[in-house]
Design a protein around this ligand. Structure first.
Ligand code: ADP
Ligand code: MG
Length: 731
């Protein structure tokens, strides 16, 4: 009988690229056709209602019931004109995926017919059955209700699945008592917070600024694998990664995949994904191969942060569905293959004003450059103060395989700013003195800042790929985010810490001005102090090196490699104070999130270890024994025809090796079972997560080690699991 592996290999040999039909030659013809854009809104809404929605979008104003009814009826008219039959509140619970529950517009009437119905109440609020979403104890069983509430700042859209079309309304998800149960509610809070803090600081430089918006451009990395092979790997199906598998003879050492030509089937998938994304208004613009074989990346033009987060969630959902049309599966796991680069999601972040200025983009005049330096240095200071929170925000079971393992980027949060900016900061530190600075210094500094900025703009290429947090010309790039993460988690933290820092900055500068200092020199003085205080987080060298680990320790930077420990920062007094003070999370919400994250970690490792144990016993041991038996009968046969020990030595040696691994495998599986039992009996979530991290996970690795050795020894024909060379070299 053929193994599933052999069958799946047969299947993929006959695969053909799927033909993708583009809606039009020009993207602008179909971009955002499935979005209830401002344009469609204007067409379908009365002027009063339109203005009211715009006020809600831009200034967070409340929408009253009467207007909501109008919006609902126009949304319905638009959706029906597009062929939608159902609607849903679309939200982002803490499971990590997006959630939806569809309701039909159609309601039967007494006449025996029916009508399409949708009103303001249904638009504004819904009560999905929330009891099976994680709540970290925020909902006890008799108060299991939660509700979703419309977020007008993210436009409604129509999701097409086969012939079905559903109107999706982006919403936040909160408990009955008002605590956030999702990613979006805190993100919006953090957004409003940094917006108001940044506007106040902008006023020092430009009185015309009345709104500042954080922007986000994500870069999504992912792996593709053929669906037939995927289904032949229970570990992939259940965990999204391979718990066993030896690196192929040819891995990524030739660096020939990066930016190489895209295989045809993959290209068809990308076109399909891009078309569907563009119809939904996701401005995807780049696609390319990544470093590892079968690894790819896609990135959009950046957008306002809330929309960018929604669009990334939507894209991940689309990827999954569209890949299936092409006989492919998308792996969003941070580390699908051992020994091969993992996947991340760079979060490019900046702040932009309603006057059209990017606050992290160096300007053309000394004044705008001082503004640039203000936002630039305040961000550095914020990350220096709260690097631990940023670390916690990206901690997951999957991301632990990247951070803290020998790969990009390390678990130590440092900032790369390039040589030009480093020397500029040194200059400021040297020229601005405690007692202010001399007229001559002031002039030199102004000229210096001014003269150096053009160099910076050209400095774009000076990039350090090993840094977890890098300045790249006109934005900061958080590189340590995991590929499957919801960007809202790190972005909420970044908005909050920078917002908090800007608030402090404003207080300090105002204090100096009150004391008689001129504005510019007050600003420079505070910035100088910040440079001195946060210098230790700036690092230009190789972030993967052992030398850096040592140096970082001397500098007092944290290096926390695993999730259960990194999460401690969330509930530290410093973290809690910050969140509560700025009204991003209340204490209950922080505790709940902490528990959910711990539980999520434990469950992930638990599933991983269960599947590893099962596969070791049910897949690997039987074939190892079978092959061993073949060898033994061979030895016996040779002896029967009178061959001596010399003739049977190689076979006997193989039998011995296999025997050793079989024995060890069995022992380790038993030990792992035991470790899991002990862990499960622990009282609290943290001890359990730590036990899974420190006791269970290492055993999974040991088991893997024996399996991977057996893979080299056992007859290839018998091996049941698709091997790395088959999974990775997709054509
Ligand atoms: P790479 O880092 O791969 O070289 P780029 O630097 O061109 O690519 O851009 C990466 C991402 O950064 C893109 O998604 C882009 O839209 C985004 N980006 C560019 N400018 C900004 C900005 N001001 N704010 C947020 N994201 C930005
Ligand atoms: Mg990048």
């Amino acid at each position: 009988m053929l193994t599933t592996r052999a069958q799946s290999l047969d299947t993929i040999i006959n695969r053909q690229p799927v033909t993708v039909k583009l809606p039009s030659d020009k993207i602008s013809d179909y971009f955002a056709t499935n979005v209830f854009t401002n344009e469609s809104m204007e067409e379908f809404l009365s002027e009063e209602a339109y203005m009211s929605v715009q006020a809600a979008i831009h200034a967070g104003a409340k929408i009253d019931r009467n207007i909501a009814d109008q919006v609902a009826s126009s949304m319905k008219a638009w959706a029906l004109s597009k062929g939608a039959t159902h609607y849903t509140h679309w939200f982002q619970p803490l499971t990590g995926a997006t959630a939806e529950k569809h309701d039909a517009f159609f309601t039967p009437t007494e006449s025996g017919k029916g009508i399409e119905n949708f009103n303001g109440a249904a638009l504004v609020q819904q009560e999905p059955d929330a009891s099976s979403f994680p709540s970290g104890g925020l909902r006890n069983t008799f108060e299991a209700r939660g509700y979703t509430a419309w977020d007008p700042s993210s436009p409604a859209f129509i999701m097409e699945i086969g012939a079905g079309k559903t109107l999706c309304i982006p919403t936040i998800f909160v408990s009955y008592t008002g605590e956030a149960l999702d990613y979006k509610a805190p993100l919006l809070k953090s957004q409003h917070f940094i917006e108001s803090a940044a506007v106040k600081v902008c006023q020092y430089f430009d009185r015309n600024v009345s709104k500042v918006t954080p922007t986000l451009g994500w870069e999504q990395e992912y792996f593709l694998v053929d669906e037939a092979l995927y289904y032949a790997r229970p570990d992939m199906v259940l965990t999204g990664r391979t718990v066993f598998g030896r690196g192929p003879a040819k891995g990524q050492q030739l660096d020939d995949h990066y930016f190489g030509s895209i295989p045809e089937r993959v290209y068809a998938f990308m076109l399909d994904l891009e078309t569907e994304s563009l119809k939904l208004g996701i401005p995807v613009s780049t696609r390319h191969n990544e470093v590892a074989p079968s690894q790819f990346e896609c990135a959009p033009v950046y957008e306002e942060i809330n929309l960018a987060v929604d669009h990334n969630q939507l894209l991940m959902d689309l990827m999954d569905r569209i890949a299936k049309r092409h006989g492919l599966r998308v792996l969003l796991h941070e580390k699908p293959y051992d020994g091969i680069n993992g996947s991340g999601k760079h979060n490019n972040w900046s702040l932009s004003t309603d006057t059209g200025k990017n606050l992290l983009s160096p300007g053309k005049t000394p004044k705008t450059n001082l503004q640039f330096l203000t936002f630039f240095i305040n961000t550095i200071k914020a990350v220096h103060e709260h690097a631990d929170l940023l670390r916690a925000s990206i901690a997951t079971a999957g991301n632990d395989f990247r951070l803290g393992a020998n790969e990009a980027p390390p678990a130590i949060i440092s900032i790369f700013i390039g040589s030009h900016l480093s020397s500029l900061l040194d200059e400021i530190e040297a020229r601005v003195h405690e007692k202010g600075f001399s007229e001559q210094d002031k002039l030199i500094l102004k000229l210096d800042i001014h003269n150096k900025i053009p160099d910076l703009l050209r400095d774009n290429t000076d990039r350090n790929r090993t840094s977890p947090f890098a300045f790249t010309g006109n934005k900061f790039e958080v590189r340590a985010v995991g590929s499957s993460a919801n960007c809202a988690s790190p972005m909420t933290i970044l908005n909050t810490i920078v917002g908090s820092q800007l608030t402090e900055f404003k207080t300090e500068v105002d204090g100096l001005i009150k004391g008689g200092e001129k504005k510019d020199s007050a600003i420079l003085k505070v910035l100088r102090q910040y440079i001195t205080e946060s210098k230790s987080i700036l690092f230009e060298g190789d972030g993967y090196s052992e030398a850096w680990e040592k140096e970082a320790k001397e500098r007092g930077l944290s290096n926390v490699k695993t999730t259960p420990h990194a999460l401690d920062f969330y509930i530290s007094e410093k973290g809690k104070d910050l969140f509560v003070k700025h009204n991003i999370f209340n204490e209950k919400e922080i505790d709940a999130r902490y528990e959910i994250r711990l539980e999520n970690y434990t469950k992930k490792v638990q599933i991983e270890s269960r599947i590893a144990g099962e596969m070791a016993v049910n897949y690997i041991l039987p074939v190892a024994i079978r092959y061993q038996n073949e060898l033994i009968s061979n030895v016996k046969g040779l002896q029967d025809i009178g061959m001596d020990g010399k003739a049977t030595a190689a076979q006997a040696e193989l039998v011995g090796k296999i025997s050793k691994h079989i024995g060890n495998l069995k022992t380790k599986v038993d030990e792992m079972l035991d470790a899991r039992k002990k862990a499960n009996n622990l009282e609290d979530n943290r001890s359990m997560a730590v036990a899974y991290c420190e006791k269970v996970r290492p055993l999974v690795e040991e088991i893997r080690n024996h399996v991977d050795k057996l893979e080299l020894l056992v007859d290839d024909r018998l091996w049941p699991l698709p091997k790395y060379r088959e999974l990775l070299f997709l054509r």
